[in-house]
Write a protein that binds this ligand. Structure first.
Ligand code: NAP
Length: 320
């Protein structure tokens, strides 16, 4: 099969496009014929081996998984002997190992049926972004109907999901984005928009019950002032990946555990039940992924460099 491969950490341009054996599966795994794969910032960091402490998971000297890529949509080619409920020919989406390839393996619990209304590209755009938005709003931010929610970085992959999920919870949603993205964020449900090139959300004192910060440029103390008493600022981004742990901004949320305005970090996890919840929201049409660009797998380094530049409008995917 064709796949992108790396045996040392480096930039996306250091990835090699190779012929590899189709991977074998364990008893509880499935083999997926990949049709599309999502490109997240996390995929780029895994290729770079950053932050350095993350190499304890990726592989200390060299990457344990030679083929990067996690978010996939495709068709099941084979199932392990212990797998029930899935069979060859099923269209699925979810989290795999080695997704930037023609074939990838996944634990059977980590894929769910692809909603019929979605293309493979749309489904591949959804697992990590959708689940991060869901866990940030629901689990950390404790969103409820009528909440005034601010999404900072609303035009990106996670942000466009977060706006729609917040609307599904019947929240009143304000998006922070640049001028060129105002129409986009309105089209996916923003009730109000703050154009960060003209206005500063931190000047909106006591305005929001929940802030989902997907950018992390403003000091936490300033961002916090935009919360109403009892509100929560969810820190999703902003750590420096070139520092040892990349966790500085997240750790600073722990300095002030008390007070009427809470600061909380998000560490999203690959939870199968949350993937199913995203699948249901997609099936009903309450949420639709926004796709900025579709690249061919052969141009994965180009797709990664684009994502890394930080201006994508929605998610970037590669087709295989
Ligand atoms: N903690 C976790 O568990 C977790 C999970 C998933 C993702 N993340 C992180 O969450 C962050 C967001 O992910 P993503 O996939 O949504 O990123 P993304 O798609 O790369 O976000 C890019 C978007 O952000 C906008 N943007 C850039 N600067 C901005 C600013 N100052 N204010 C408002 N918007 C701005 C860009 O538009 P313009 O350039 O036109 O403004 C672009 O549309 C990333 O850092 C990612 O690593 C964390």
């Amino acid at each position: 099969m064709k796949a992108f491969f790396h045996d040392s950490y480096g930039s996306p341009d250091s990835l090699q496009f190779r012929d590899l054996d189709v991977p074998s599966i364990g008893d509880d795994e499935v083999l997926v014929r990949v049709r599309a794969a999502g490109v997240n910032r996390g995929d780029v960091l895994a290729v770079e081996g950053l932050p350095y402490a993350a190499r304890l998971g990726y592989g200390v000297r060299s990457p344990k998984n030679g083929v990067p890529g996690a978010d996939v949509a495709g068709t099941i080619e084979a199932v392990g002997s212990g797998v029930t409920g899935l069979q060859r020919g099923d269209d699925v989406f979810g989290w795999a190992t080695g997704g930037f390839a023609q074939y990838a393996t996944a634990p059977a619990t980590m894929v769910v049926p692809k909603p019929n209304r979605l293309t493979f590209e749309q489904a591949a755009a959804s697992p990590t972004t959708g689940v991060a938005a869901l866990q940030g709003l629901r689990d950390v931010g404790r969103i409820t109907s009528g909440h005034r929610v601010l999404v900072v970085g609303a035009s990106g992959g996670v942000g466009t999901f977060a706006l729609q999920i917040a609307k599904a919870y019947e929240a009143n949603v304000t998006a922070v984005c640049s001028t060129r993205n105002i129409d986009l964020v309105r089209s996916v449900g923003a009730d109000r928009v703050i154009d960060y090139t003209r206005d500063d959300f931190t000047h909106h004192r006591d305005d929001f019950d929940l802030i989902l910060d997907l950018v992390g440029k403003e000091p936490l103390s300033s961002s916090r002032r935009a919360l109403r008493p009892g509100g929560t600022l969810v820190v999703v981004a902003g750590g420096n990946p070139r520092s040892v742990t990349g966790m500085g901004r997240f750790a600073r949320t722990l300095r002030s555990p008390f007070g009427r305005r809470r600061l909380r970090p998000l560490f999203s996890t690959k939870r199968p039940e949350d993937l199913s919840t995203i699948g249901e929201l997609l099936e009903t049409g309450k949420v639709l992924p926004v796709i900025d660009a579709v690249y061919d797998l052969t141009d994965l380094p180009g797709a990664m460099n684009y994502v890394q530049a930080g201006h994508a409008r929605g998610r970037v995917v590669v087709t295989v």
